[in-house]
Structures are given as structure tokens and as C-alpha cells.
Design a protein around this ligand. Structure first.
Ligand code: IPM
Ligand code: SF4
Length: 425
């Protein structure tokens, strides 16, 4: 198609805008997939009908390219949430849009799981962690509800093609260290603005060795370094995942950055000696090795969210817990990221085991990740969480403290009641 070396982002924006473009250029791009959910959807719908005012045909641009997911306030945790659900259900029915209703799972798990994400796609969603789909080689980014209104009406949006900040990662992750530790380490290194308006690209042998759940954790948190997207070059691992979900899917090897593409910067890492990492209150880039935090007393542990709520995450936590009881007084809340992931945990016997030791497994939703309808922290309480944000008040009281960690660190800490190095268990 072109001779000039390009980054993956430049290739995707070239396809989406119908001409070869480079970082820094402004484009009007065709959207391949738009996602909205129960919290940000209602304002998008309102904006859409405002745009459509006076028109006879008040139809979205292409219902087959839009997906709605109910996840943030499910089951409805207030009258207001129930009303939002009614509004969004009606919109979906009127427009013929696929709507994943309450209990299906968190949007960023549901979209890939149900085959709505493909390499080379340009995807937008009214949620900041929409960058998660970059794990499949899609350029995927969050936007506001009113921008989404324009997308619903036209299927197009303007962008400035972002530069690419590439993270080349080599080495083998040590035992008990996983992709969550790596992404926390990278965020700690570059800071919350380190990739601002850039496409972060995670590459190299250490990334290629990761399975899709681990890659999804990486891309999910690109926004926490300010990234517009968090891309990973698709390969056989991606292909296998997508073949199981998209009829006749085959991987097009074009969707990767050319080796001599113009990266804004390439950062080199070796993970061979990486320790488990923890992000301390109240910023995601306040990252320390777990050894510096060992002994910090914890009141509540949350394992879930679109970052680390998959079966593999629950499995890592369970392995760390082993046959031990929970520490006295600790509250362990597990929320699988989707119904499918919940079923896997159920079949593996984890749900029963967790209930036996005094933990609780809730139905799939965002839940405590954003201080939702349950699991909020009180004044002075300390929460340990496998989610992606620890801002002041994020999970309850502004006087509480949230530490972010891997599922294994969460599991190890659940049996001691304090932040614990999973390598010591
Ligand atoms: C509610 C929604 C707008 C928000 C987001 O955009 O990220 C939420 O998902 C979050 O994680 O804080
Ligand atoms: S699980 Fe948390 S981070 Fe993910 S979409 Fe829900 S609120 Fe946002």
C-alpha cells in the first residue's frame, strides 16, 4: 500500500482517513466501532438527538458498528441508574443496536470477548480505558459523550494522528511477577503524563510472550501514563484469541509498526529482575517495589475490574492464597470482569473456595473499582486493589488509601492482612 515506513497508529489512521498520513497531521477518520455504556451513554444519546433535530430520519450511522454495555451501575444501584438503563435500552431497540444488558460484564472485557475488536480497527468509546483494545492491535481511545454523539450521527471524528512512544521490553518476567507489575513499573518510570497524547506501544520479546489477558492489562493502563492508545502488535497469540470469536478471522500482518518507523522515542527495558510493584496513594505513578511496602496494614482487598478481573487473574490470586485462610478481619471482594470469566472461575471451583474462606464473589460489574454501589472504603481505611486507579476518594472516602497491585500480591496480602510480597509465600 505504501513505501514510507509507518507506525501502527499511522497505518490505522491512513486506512481510516483514506490517505497516507503521519503523526502530527489532522484527519477526519471513519470509525470502525463505537462503544458506549450506562453512565456516559445517556448524554451521548441526548446529544445525538439534538444533532438529529428537525431531520426525518433520526437513525445512527450504522447500528452494526455500535455496541452498548451496561456495567458501571449494575444491577441498577439507584433510581437514577435504573432510569438510565431504561433510556439506553429504548435507544438500542429503536436503533437496532446490540446492547449487553446487566450482568454481561465490564465493557472492556465484553467487547473483545464477543468479537467486536480487530487489529487495524479504529475504535472509540465513552470511557477512558477504551485504550484496552490496543492489546489486539486496534487504535482505540476514549472520548467524551458529546464527541460520541457526533460519532453516532456520522460515523466520523477528527483526530490529530499521535506520535508513538515505544516501550521495547525484553527478558523473562520472574516467577510471581506479571504484566500488572510491568505496566505499573512503566507508569512509575514515565509518570502520569509520560505518554500524553501519544500512542504508547508495548513491544519486544517480553510482550510477545504474554497471553491476551496479560496484554489486555498492559494496554488497559496506557491512559494512566496519559496515552491516547496502548498498542501491541498482533501476532499468533492475538490470532488464536480472535479466531475463537470472529468467524473467518485471519491475521493481516500489515498491522504492525515498521522497524524504521518514526517513533517519538524508544525506551528499552529488561524485566529479568523486576520485583512485584505497587502504586501507592494517591497517584498511579507513585510506584514502589513491594518490598518497600511489606507490612502495610490493609482493610479490604478488591480483585476485579477491566484491568485484572479475568479468570487468569483470579487464578493467580487463588494460587497465592493456596490452602490458607483469610487473615482475620480482612474483607476480600472478588468481581469477575464478565459472566464468561465468572463461569470459568465457577467451574474451576474458585467461587466455592472463596466463599468457604469468607470472601465474597459478586456479579460482573465495575463495582469497587470506581467506588460504585458496594465495597466503598471508609475514613482512614486502606484498600488494596487490582484495578487501575488510586486517586483520592476513588474507592470511597477521600480519607481512605488505595494501593494498586497484581492479583498475586492481592492474594498473598489476603492471607496476611498486610501488603505482602507474593514471592515470600
Ligand atoms: C465512568 C467512566 C466515565 C470512567 C472512565 O471514563 O474511565 C470509569 O470507567 C473510570 O474508570 O473512571
Ligand atoms: S472496571 Fe473500573 S476502570 Fe474499568 S471501566 Fe469500570 S470503572 Fe472504569
Amino acid at each position: 500500500m505504501n513505501k514510507k515506513p509507518m507506525t501502527l497508529s499511522e497505518k490505522i489512521f491512513s486506512k481510516a482517513s483514506g490517505k497516507n498520513v503521519a503523526a502530527g497531521e489532522f484527519v477526519i477518520a471513519d470509525i470502525d466501532r463505537a462503544m458506549t455504556h450506562d453512565i456516559t451513554g445517556p448524554l451521548s444519546v441526548k446529544g445525538f438527538y439534538e444533532i438529529m433535530e428537525g431531520k426525518d430520519d433520526k437513525k445512527v450511522w450504522d447500528p452494526s458498528k455500535i455496541v452498548i454495555v451496561f456495567d458501571h451501575q449494575v444491577p441498577a444501584d439507584s433510581q437514577n441508574a435504573a432510569q438510565n438503563h431504561i433510556l439506553m435500552r429504548k435507544f438500542a431497540t429503536d436503533q437496532g443496536i446490540l446492547n449487553y444488558d446487566v450482568f454481561e460484564g465490564v465493557c472492556h472485557q465484553v467487547l473483545p470477548e464477543k468479537g467486536h475488536v480487530k487489529p487495524g480497527d479504529l475504535i472509540v468509546g465513552t470511557d477512558s480505558h477504551t485504550c484496552a483494545y490496543g492489546a489486539f492491535g486496534a487504535f482505540s481511545t476514549g472520548l467524551g459523550s458529546t464527541d460520541m454523539a457526533a460519532v453516532l450521527a456520522s460515523g466520523k471524528l477528527w483526530f490529530k494522528v499521535p506520535e508513538t512512544l515505544r516501550f521495547n521490553v525484553r527478558g523473562n518476567l520472574p516467577k510471581h511477577v506479571c504484566s500488572k507489575d510491568l505496566i505499573l513499573h512503566l507508569i512509575g518510570d514515565v509518570g502520569v503524563e509520560g505518554a500524553r497524547y501519544k500512542a504508547a506501544e508495548f513491544a519486544g520479546p517480553a510482550i510477545q510472550k504474554m497471553q491476551m489477558p496479560e496484554r489486555m492489562t498492559m494496554s488497559n493502563m496506557a491512559i494512566e501514563m496519559g496515552g491516547k492508545a496502548g498498542l501491541i502488535e498482533p501476532d499468533q497469540v492475538t490470532e488464536k484469541y480472535l479466531k475463537e470469536r470472529i468467524p473467518n478471522f485471519s491475521l493481516d500482518s500489515y498491522w504492525k509498526s515498521d522497524a524504521d518507523a518514526n517513533f517519538s522515542k524508544i525506551r528499552e527495558y529488561d524485566v529479568s529482575d523486576l520485583e512485584p510493584q505497587v502504586a501507592c496513594p494517591h497517584n498511579v505513578d507513585n510506584v514502589k517495589p513491594v518490598s518497600e511496602l511489606v507490612g502495610t496494614k490493609v482493610n479490604q482487598i478488591f480483585v476485579g475490574s477491566c484491568t485484572n478481573g479475568r479468570f487468569e487473574d483470579i487464578q493467580m490470586m487463588m494460587n497465592a492464597i493456596g490452602n490458607n485462610p483469610l487473615a482475620k478481619g480482612i474483607r476480600l471482594i472478588v468481581v469477575p470482569a464478565s459472566r464468561t470469566e465468572y463461569m470459568k472461575a465457577l467451574r474451576a471451583g474458585y467461587v466455592e473456595k472463596l466463599m468457604d474462606i469468607g470472601a465474597i464473589v459478586e456479579s460482573p460489574c465495575c463495582g469497587p473499582c470506581m467506588g460504585g454501589s458496594f465495597g466503598r472504603l471508609g475514613d482512614g481505611e486502606v484498600g488494596l486493589s487490582t484495578s487501575n486507579r488510586n486517586f483520592k476518594g476513588r474507592q470511597g472516602s477521600p480519607n481512605s488509601f488505595v494501593y494498586l497491585c497484581s492479583p498475586e500480591t492481592a492474594g498473598a496480602s489476603a492471607i496476611t492482612g498486610e501488603i505482602t510480597d507474593p514471592r515470600e509465600i
